[in-house]
Design a protein. Structure first.
Length: 79
């Protein structure tokens, strides 16, 4: 639904989205359809395994397991 809202807003403001965005929308619709078939009772937005509601600290500094790298362990190209 969000992607379709983005398309509506861009069209109403005279903007043109790249062709790749159309492919993204199409793939998200496929995913949504298969999700409803395979797990009809799953609510992705409230599922704690998805982590969409995580805090920014986890997104910025933690890895998958929640451990953090010490400053000297951060590779130079990322530090």
């Amino acid at each position: 639904d969000v992607l379709l809202d983005i398309v509506d807003v861009t069209e109403s403001n005279g903007l043109k989205l790249p062709r790749e965005f159309g492919l993204l929308v199409k793939q998200s619709l496929y995913f949504d359809r298969y999700l409803k078939i395979l797990a009809p009772n799953l609510d992705v937005m409230s599922d704690e395994r998805v982590g969409l509601g995580g805090n920014m600290e986890d997104l910025n500094g933690g890895n998958v397991n929640g451990a953090r790298l010490a400053p000297e362990e951060v590779p130079r190209e990322f530090g």
